[in-house]
Structures are given as C-alpha cells and as structure tokens.
Design a protein around this ligand. Structure first.
Ligand code: GRG
Length: 288
C-alpha cells in the first residue's frame, strides 16, 4: 500500500475516534466543546499516522486499541499547539484555518483545554496500550528534556543576541521542540509491535531524520506559503526575531539541508517494508 492510500484509509478513522470519544469521555459539555474545537479543526494527523505506519511496517494489525493510542498522540500534539499560540508564547490569532483557542474561548479556557488534552492523551495511550513502556516514551519526549524543554529554549532565545546565528543552538532547540514528539510516535510503534533490535534502531534513525526535517519544513512553509495556504499567520519568524535554522541559513541552504535529511531518512528504511513511512517525506515537495 502507498502512503496516500494509507492516509486516506486511516485519517477518517482517527477523526471519527477523536470526535466521538471527546464527546463521550468528558463530563462537562463546555469543556468538551472547547477541547473538540481545536482537535477537530482539520489537522493533518501526521503523528498518529506515523504511529500507525510504524505498526504497518512491522506487520502489526491496526484495531480499536491502536486507534486509541494514535488518537491520544493527537490530543497531546493539539495541547502543544494551543499553548504555543497563547499571548505569553507565540501570540497567534489563527491556527488550522480558524481562530486560536484563546481568541475564541478566552485565555484561561485555552490553558485548561491544553492541560486537559495533555492529560487525556496520556490516559488514552495508557488505556490503549496497557504499557508502562509507552507511557515512559511519551512522557519523556514531551517533557522538560523534550518538547517543553525545546519550547523553553525557543522562548528564551527570541530576540536574544547571545544565540543569534548559533546554528548548533537552533538545531538543538528545534530537535527538542518538534523532533522529540515525532520520534516518540515511531518509538512507541516499535515498542508496541515488539520490533527486533535491528528494526527498532533503523526506525528510530528514520524518525530522527524525519523529526529534524519537519521543523525545517515548517519554517520553510513560513516563508514560502501564504497564510491562506498554511491556515495560520506566515512570514512571522524573521519579523519577530526568531533564531531558527531558516533565519540563520536562509531559504536555499535550508532547502539543501532538508534534501539531505530526506536522503538519510530513506537510507535508514532500507531492509524494512518502509514504503508508507517513506511516503511521509513526499509532503516536503511543496517547499523544495
Ligand atoms: C507549548 C509545550 C509547548 C510546546 C509547543 C509544537 C510546538 C511546541 C509548538 C508549535 C510551533 C511549531 C510550529 C512547532 C513546530 C512543530 C510543528 C510543525 C507543528 C505543526 O504541526 P503540523 O504541521 O500541524 O502537524 P497540524 O495542524 O497539521 O497538526
């Protein structure tokens, strides 16, 4: 099966699960509405698909439990977007083509919706997997030594002359902020499907290239796409004094780096049935 077919098959299944269970599992109707507003705003479901594609690569069947884990990952991702958009962080008015959570519902409501999505995401992963190992992977990758740590470095480095033009710093910050959650999706898939050591190593090496490349791609979207195409404000990074790979290297060198990462990611899939995972890299064509 090709990536496009895989995505077409599983995206509606994830969407339906999210919609149904956010309504079923949350007692307060308003809390449920606020959380559902951001989750059902039309995200690409890239991270849950990455978890499912890892299972597929390892010939592990996908059923309700696996969809619960995948959907839990999307809740955690959506929490990070809601908090990232807050006035105290990136202060964005639009996300996924609609008003951000704090613009629509208020700041306290958005903070709480994010908190609730994080905790419910962990609950769904625990319920679906019944595995302490999966919980260890996800909590480590989104905590202070992962996504939250990267977000802190991002906030701390904005308009900070000390790290301006520091490529190593930008790489580290972007890896933590974006790459760690992506690696978690693949690592959880490998752990859940009980991959052998060699396959697990290859999959994680692939995820590390993909995770690194995804932030470069997202920053290229910031300069290459219009806000209508991207569903959020673009051309913000340079204007706001962000120190990232793109503002340091410029567009052409970033494209080169992205191309090199795509090649390395593909190499790491050699020897695996990795056609669907390789298909994730096609997403980048629109910025190359
Ligand atoms: C607030 C703790 C905390 C962390 C925020 C994810 C993140 C960390 C910040 C969002 C800012 C950003 C652009 C990060 C790069 C990761 C990224 C590309 C997010 C967007 O993910 P997509 O493209 O979006 O998968 P959809 O809407 O399709 O899910």
């Amino acid at each position: 099966m090709k990536f496009k077919e895989f995505r077409k098959k599983w995206t509606p299944v994830i969407d339906d699960y999210l919609n149904e269970h956010l309504a079923l599992n949350i007692d307060d109707a308003k809390v449920s509405l606020i959380m559902t507003y951001s989750v059902m705003a039309g995200g690409k479901r890239l991270r849950p698909l990455l978890f499912l594609a890892t299972l597929n690569t390892l010939n592990h069947e996908i059923g309700e439990r696996e969809i619960e884990i995948a959907s839990g990952i999307e809740l955690i991702h959506t929490y990070s977007l809601i908090h990232d958009d807050l006035p105290a962080m990136d202060n964005d008015d639009y996300r996924r083509g609609r008003l951000t959570s704090h613009k629509k519902w208020g700041e306290a409501e958005a903070i709480l919706a994010g908190d609730a999505l994080l905790t419910m995401g962990i609950e769904w992963i625990a319920e679906g997997s019944n595995s302490i190992d999966l919980i260890k992977i996800i909590t480590k990758e989104v905590g202070p030594n992962g996504m939250v740590g990267g977000q802190y470095l991002d906030i701390d480095s904005t308009n900070n002359a000390e790290v301006a033009d520091d490529l190593a710093f930008a790489n580290r910050m972007e890896w933590l902020k974006t790459g760690c959650l992506i690696r978690a999706c693949v690592a959880m898939g490998a752990e859940y499907a009980k991959a052998d050591v060699a396959s697990k190593d290859k999959l994680i090496a692939f995820a590390e290239c993909f995770g690194r490349s995804y932030q470069i791609y997202d920053d290229l979207v910031d300069v290459v796409q219009t806000s209508t195409e991207a569903g959020k404000a673009t051309h913000k990074d340079e204007a706001e004094g962000k120190n990232n790979t793109l503002t340091i290297l410029g567009v052409e060198k970033s494209r080169q780096e992205l191309t090199e990462l795509i090649d390395r990611a593909k190499m790491n899939l050699q020897g695996l049935s990795g056609e669907i995972l390789a298909g994730f890299l096609d997403l980048y064509q629109k910025v190359l």
